[in-house]
Design a protein around this ligand. Sequence first.
Ligand SMILES: Cc1ncc(COP(=O)(O)O)c(C=O)c1O
Length: 386
Amino acid sequence: MTIPLVDLHRQYEPLKTEIISGIEEVFESMHLFLGENVQALETEFAQFCGAKFGIGVSDGTAALHVILRAMGVGRGDEVITVSNTFIATAEAIALTGATPVFVDVDLGTYLMDVALVEKKITSRTKAILPVHLYGQTVDMDPLMAIASRHHLKVIEDACQAHGAEYCGRKAGSIGDAAAFSFYYSKNLGAYGEGGFITTNDPDLAKKMRMIRDHGSERRYYHDVIGFNSRLDEIQAVVLRAKLPHLAEWNAQRRNHAALYTQLLQNTPVITPAVRPENTPVYHLYVIRAPERDALQAYLKTKGIFTGIHYPVPIHLQEAFYPLKNDNVGDLHVTNQVTAEILSLPMFAELTDEEIETVANEIKNFYLEKQGNGVYVSSTQIGSPAK
Ligand SMILES: Cc1ncc(COP(=O)(O)O)c(C=O)c1O
């Protein structure tokens, strides 16, 4: 049996007829960009997130870039974020000419440690960019309070958190604006590229709408410098067919996570911590594992495919080399987590049997390693969440 990290076919089969007929209609109309499907998606997904305004864009990186540009972030400014994230978070900041400033993450949730943010604020700080990594929201209330005290904007990177909740509020409705990615493997994924911005601020929404289309509201009249990050109609058809199922898919992911967590108790691995105010959507189910690389290789021999999100934190990436020396010292949790994390197969259509197989093989790996049938306690590789 092969158990993939993500299986797109299982999701596509039941939606196939609806998606194909919607795409045919787009081809009949030949209205290919920012048409009726994009407009409808903008209303529907904003509503899903509990936000007033929604703007479809070409991808999640563009979503972040458009937001930062619309907020006036640029050369000489600093934006506080984390290093344990996909490169796009910091890349979008760098693309504006600003500098990402990294704070460390919490050892249990792997998310921004909000208690460390205020120390990083300088006269150059313009915004804070929390990342709701793996589908769990950052502790937003204290973060919003810090931002308000220092007159800073907050941009949620919700690219992995479609439908995740914090104190009953959805990701994308809490900060000044939020970026979503519809990359194919996300909880809501396009069949190509796609992205989305949410906000409750009408002026910001208007500006972002212009920036994503060459700074223009009226064709060939350009009021601000923008760029092309339009969402196309074909992707909007796919996303609209999937959106009504998203809440159920997220609930299935939560069930899978609960089963993994239960089955992996009393083994050497550490399962992800969830803050009590959070309802995560498990874009990824990430454990911390001793001998992580050997475990990953072993699982592969058993047909079980896993991932590492992400193997190199941003402050150690060659592209961000100039920042390297300034940041290594106080990012020790990020550095530790990077060496231990492993993403197990996770998608809505995963079966209990597959989860049991993965958990059993993880147990077998450690039993074989030790040869005596007794596990080493998981406390040996770190403490649980705060
Ligand atoms: C946390 C995070 N931020 C930003 C992005 C960028 O999104 P995209 O790949 O759609 O540009 C991603 C997507 O992978 C992501 O996971």
